[in-house]
Design a protein around this ligand. Structure first.
Ligand code: PMP
Length: 428
């Protein structure tokens, strides 16, 4: 029943590494083969064999309005007729930057790029250029794109000098990345008060709500604590809001938790499903970027007309009719019901959620960092993922990912999903 997907996978593997253009799509963490998708509308996608799925991946976060939202499609179609790229400034870029600056509290100025990775790596270079320091503190299990400096995990100590997570990352680069557990203020405090290190640390980068070890909310006071520690030591606080920006509210996690970072990275939702990223912050810092300042960063397709049109349409739609209260209520109710199903099936589970992002971990322990997330039964998750797929529900193919509710998920979609959850849990 997935013959065409199977055929395409064989062809893909011959010419694309692993058959995929991004490794998580390969289903290695859950077993089984990926499906090739042909189209999407609202909360539904169809594969190349014509099977329909209720989608909780949402392109890994961008599609808060669902697939092929009318306003986004209209904006892209209209804009495409006028030219797809100029490599010159356009009116829409200004309009878009004005909108982002108005909505996201920490932004005085913002620079558009074409991916989340570009946003974070540029923010890091800027933080280094601004402070004149080289080292970075990141969270264990935090993902900030695939630039060298971020592909580093902790060793066995509470905090340790980085070792590369990926071949090809120079040891010298990794050595400048220090890692601490999420929600561990003390760990950050220790590094920032270390006589040897404190004058070398340019920035602390964090997903204000962790999304890449599965969803993990910040403990009360964690983000405020990071703010204070950074202020005290003169390093910059970077919020990677590539997932949370416009996902947890119009002003992002920084609005939700009332903490203002020095620099903010955006992506995903602000592109409406097209390739967009952005980084911004206080004028004093942003003015160090070329051509005004000495920190170089550029992009042939930065501010691309189609991407900006899609992003503007999506953000305008979110402003016109903010969906956040409703999404949060529906997600609350949904994860409550999922938890109930798990209890009935006698399967240990913990669900974390913030707004419309959530993860059900197959562990009965609270999940507040990577170590506790890793207590999850990933084999069970693999079986669960497979069972859900067979029942027409698409989940991200890893235990350590967020699921996303969109405005397009109907009550019927959620009821059907719960039925699939019930049946699937019975098989795992
Ligand atoms: N930061 C976060 C928090 C992300 O989740 C991601 C991607 N999942 C990135 C950065 C990198 O974005 P991109 O894949 O667009 O380069």
């Amino acid at each position: 029943m997935r013959e065409r997907s199977k055929e395409l996978l064989l062809r893909a593997r011959a010419v694309i590494p692993g058959g995929v253009n991004s490794p998580v799509r390969a289903h290695r963490a859950v077993g089984g083969d990926p499906v090739f998708l042909a189209r999407g509308k609202g909360a539904h996608v169809w594969d190349v064999d014509g099977n329909e799925y209720i989608d909780f991946i949402g392109s890994w976060g961008p599609l808060i309005l669902g697939h092929a939202h009318d306003a986004v499609i209209a904006a892209v179609q209209q804009t495409a007729q006028w030219g797809t790229s100029f490599g010159a400034s356009t009116e829409r870029e200004v309009e878009f930057a004005e909108l982002l600056v108005r909505l996201v509290p920490s932004l005085d100025k913002v620079r558009l790029v074409s991916s989340g990775t570009e946003a974070t790596m540029s923010a890091l270079r800027l933080a280094r250029g601004f402070t004149g320091r080289d080292k970075l503190i990141k969270v264990e299990g935090g993902y900030h794109g695939h630039a060298d400096a971020f592909l580093v995990r902790a060793g066995s100590g509470a905090a340790t000098f980085g070792v590369p997570d990926s071949a090809g990352v120079p040891a010298g680069v990794a050595a400048d990345t220090l890692t601490v557990p999420y929600n561990d203020l003390e760990g950050v405090g220790e590094l920032l008060s270390s006589k040897k290190l404190r004058a070398q640390i340019a920035a602390v980068i964090v997903e204000p709500v962790a999304g890449n070890m599965g969803v993990v909310p910040p403990d009360q006071g964690y983000l405020q604590g990071l703010r204070e520690l950074c202020d005290h030591s003169g390093c910059l606080l970077i919020f990677d809001e590539v997932i949370t920006g416009f996902r947890v509210g119009l002003s992002g996690a920084q609005g939700l938790y009332g903490v203002r970072p020095d620099l903010t990275c955006l992506g995903k939702i602000i592109g409406g499903g097209l390739p967009v990223g952005a980084y911004g912050g206080r004028s004093e810092i942003m003015d160090r970027i070329a051509p005004d300042g000495p920190v170089y960063q550029a992009g042939t397709l930065s501010g691309n007309p189609l991407a900006v049109a899609a992003g503007l349409a999506a953000v305008n739609e979110l402003m016109r009719d903010p969906p956040y209260a409703v999404l949060e209520r529906r997600t609350n109710q949904f994860v409550e019901q999922v938890g109930q199903c798990a209890r009935e099936a006698g399967i240990p589970s913990t669900t974390n959620h913030v707004g419309s992002m959530f993860t059900t971990f197959f562990t009965d322990r609270p999940v507040r960092d990577l170590t506790s997330a890793k207590l999850s039964n990933t084999e069970r998750f693999g079986r669960f993922h497979h069972a859900m797929l067979e029942r027409g529900v698409l989940l991200a193919p890893s235990q350590f990912e967020a699921a996303f509710l969109s405005t397009a998920h109907s009550s019927e979609d959620l009821a059907r999903t719960l039925e699939a959850v019930r049946e699937s849990l019975a098989t795992v």
